[in-house]
Unconditional design. Sequence first.
Lengths: 268, 488
Amino acid sequence: MGPRDKPEGDGFQVSRFNRVLKINNLHVSVGDKPILKGLSLDVPAGEVHAVMGPNGAGKSTLGYALSGRPGYEAAEGAVAWKGEDLLALEPAERAAKGVFLSFQYPIEIPGVPALTFVRTALNAQRRARGEEEVSAPNFLKLVKAASEKLRMDFDMLKRPLNVGFSGGEKKRMEILQMALLEPSLLILDETDSGLDIDALRIVADGVNAMRSPERAMLVITHYQRLLDYIKPDRVHVLVAGRIVASGGPELAHQLEADGYDQYLPAAA
Amino acid sequence: MVAVKETIDAVAALEKYEHGFTSDIDTEYAPRGLNADIVRFISEKKGEPEWMLEWRLAAFERWQAMEEPTWASVKYTPVDYQDLFYYAAPKKKEGPKSLDEVDPDLLAVYAKLGIPLKEQEVLAGVEGAPRYAVDAVFDSVSVVTTFKKELQKVGVIFMPISEALREHPELVRQYLGSVVPVSDNYFAALNSAVFSDGSFVYIPPGVRCPMELSTYFRINASQTGQFERTLIIADKGSYCSYLEGCTAPMRDENQLHAAVVELVALDDAEIKYSTVQNWYPGDAEGKGGIYNFVTKRADCRGDRSKVSWTQVETGSAVTWKYPSCLLKGEESSGEFYSIAITNGHQQADTGTKMVHLGKNSKSRIIAKAVSAGKSDSTYRGLVSVHPKATGVRNFTQCDSLLIGKECGSHTVPYIEARNGSAQLEHEATTTRLSDDQLFYAQQRGLSQEEAVALLVNGFVRDVLQELPMEFAVEAQKLVAISLEGSVG
């Protein structure tokens, strides 16, 4: 019985609790190396938070730890989304609960057409949630609509997923999957890398279209550039495995001007 | 009809056995062991003509003088040939009355293979199950029962080889052993001496066989070798597509399966031969399972003849199998598409031989090996070009996918080009199923097993596409089943 099933009595508390990504004192080591060292962060549904940081700060590790990549298990701390203890779940279970990680470097899957891959994923998630599978014709309709919005050539989706795709095509493919899987917790890892300005705009439009009061978004980025297109409600600075500063959108501009140097001694 | 009955009886016998019934009363056996009298016994049981008996006895003599080959990259406990039964015919007896009496595990396997319920009844030998429903399961039988008239109308002969020996002795005599000679190899000689049954197909000139022909093999009785013999002749300008499916029950002991398949394609004829082999591979510790020592060869003796082998090998403890093509005709062509999946302690040494004797003959080899667990897989292939064969072309591609760290995969390609005009291409890759790919698929919602199945199906896609539609679906599921528990 999850918190969602609790009686109406403490309704306000429950719904507030349900709608937040709560990361508390998260410690993650990769191999023997501690990467995240007590990271805490709250992202309420309906908001977009940016996590910015220099190389090696632990940005990608955060995305992997939240989505459950083997080798990125938490040594300490807690992560809850909609009241659900994410760390206790397998990656696929997290996905079914709405967790989506847009990869910095999307993976090539030889021999599996993109359409097949996404449909298999969508139906696996739906089965896990006890929902009916999407029929092939309905799925095609959904894909056609979504791919047009991202200005993707439909024929490309018949090719093996990401194989021979350009960097920009791969990123669009990630956003297409996101649009079709309709996750509630969106983690975008360096989505702007490898995109030219036109592609960036299209991808950002795709992400912005996903904004909703039910969804929380975590935008992980090194540069401020992406945040001109995906406007964050809050900006957090991640240095050496901890959040060292948080603020409004203006913090991103400040970082762009001053760099991360000022935070480095603080973290050391 | 004989095939229907045999299959039903066989499966019923198996069912009985699974329920712990160990006596032999329900099965008629030849005495244990092998000698000339056993060969005579088998021939007599089949009501064979005299020449066939002599043929068998000659084969038996040759076999006695031969030694079991050891060059394959497989290790197994030697077979005690005197400790086997060489003839086991399940007697007609009462089967289970309804599905409720059938071992639920067995039903689960059929369900997993996607065989619908009604056919399960037939497979399990439930009394009163509609016989026509067999059609849906065994296309071979469907042809015999439902389509026999239609096939006869166009002159196609499709029947058990034991029946063909009685009804069409001249055809059988002309072609039997003409592709795989009696003394070809140890197992072929053994098979020639003791084969019990198999399929016979003859497609007359110019006829395009109107439907898929298929046989579904199942090893039934315990401690019994299975030696089936298949002979397919495509006369001038004809075409047929033949499917072969194999499964076997789980037993602790190793069982021997030594089949011989001979294909003959005359001028402008085409044969497409597909196999989905899912013999019992043994348990997690490597105990039990089938020894699959099979000789399959096609003789493209006609000009512009074409033979295509497609195989999906997921079962057996040990596989030793090289479906080959003798490309004698000018512009004849041979194709070999193979998926070999090994898991647990399975060992597979498989590949093909393309022997180019005819001018402008061409061949194409696509072999995909997937190894998981502690299994070992070898691709062994020969492309040979005769001095007089000008304008030969071959393309070979061997890809290996490793899952986990304890399995092995080897590629042993032999190329013998004795004519300078030959164009031979060989490509080979070995990759490991990457953690990146697995995690990516899991992040999108696939369980680990679903992710492995999807990735492996992607890897073998080129070959799956060569299978007839209904087999492709079954094969896809088999891929998933055979790799269960292979990761993590």
